[in-house]
Design a protein around this ligand. Structure first.
Ligand code: CIR
Length: 254
């Protein structure tokens, strides 16, 4: 399992309520969102990561969901081309920081790709084909990553915003999945733990250096994750959830 030493995050802006969302949970409270973001950064620091915090972006209310702007592999960082037109350009604001750590490669038009659709499990990279990531974007990513020793496996995303809204790696050969993904043949070879249908938001649990960070308020998922015997940190994610965002979205880890 990789050990992360760095993370890049971005502060939410006062424009956070202007971001894209399909959730019917009301507008996020900017101040509470900032507190929750601060707790998130503190959790990453407590797990040994050096965290770079970029300023909020006045033109990009979803910019703090920074995971969508890039894929960071061990020897290359791929700057995405977001499928959401309103988010196109965010990736340019992340590239200079990533260039300090990795060689950069780029997804080009007509490809679209968002980092929330990319799940790395060892040398295998699952790429969700979703409303945000098209087959061309997935194929370009595959072409870049294969030359860096990784294998891409496309997987159709029929529910949830991104692939990682529904599937995440929680250690070893174990994936945490929503009920929709439990029987997907692409995941054969992995042990799957399914969250309950009324806890699908908790499928977006983040593995960092042998600790699981999960959203607060999902007791059934917590009990299932406890069987893995790893430390668990719960974070309140109420405000990002209002904007369709989760734990993985709020950082790039490497
Ligand atoms: C969006 O719709 O693009 C943002 N409001 C939420 C992005 C969440 N990102 C992620 O799951 N990786």
């Amino acid at each position: 399992m990789p050990t992360f030493t760095h993370a890049i995050t971005r502060l939410p802006g006062e424009n956070c309520a202007q971001g894209l969302t399909t959730a019917d949970l009301g507008a996020p409270n900017y101040h509470l969102l900032c507190e929750q973001h601060e707790a998130y950064v503190a959790a990453l620091v407590s797990l040994g990561l050096e965290v770079t915090i970029l300023d909020s972006e006045p033109d990009y209310p979803d910019g703090y969901f920074i995971e969508d702007a890039a894929i960071v592999a061990p020897t290359v960082a791929v700057i995405t081309r977001p499928g959401a037109e309103a988010r196109r350009g965010e990736e340019q604001t992340v590239a200079p920081t990533l260039a300090q750590y990795r060689e950069l490669a780029y997804i080009e038009a007509p490809g679209t790709l968002e980092g929330g659709d990319v799940l790395m499990v060892g040398n295998t990279v699952f790429v969700g084909i979703s409303e945000r990531t098209n087959p061309e974007g997935a194929s370009q990513l595959g072409g870049i990553l294969v030359s860096h020793g990784l294998t891409c496996c496309p997987i159709r995303v029929a529910a949830g915003l991104h692939l990682k809204s529904s599937i995440n790696h929680v250690g070893g050969d174990v994936l945490l999945v929503t009920p929709d993904f439990i029987d997907r043949p692409e995941l054969d070879g992995y042990r799957r733990i399914a969250v309950d249908a009324d806890e699908v938001y908790a499928a977006n649990t983040l593995l960092v250096n042998d600790t699981l960070i999960m959203p607060a308020g999902f007791p059934s998922t917590r009990r299932k994750l406890e069987t893995l015997g790893m430390p668990i940190i719960e974070l309140n994610m109420s405000e990002a959830q209002k904007m369709d965002g989760g734990l993985t979205c709020m950082s790039l880890r490497f």
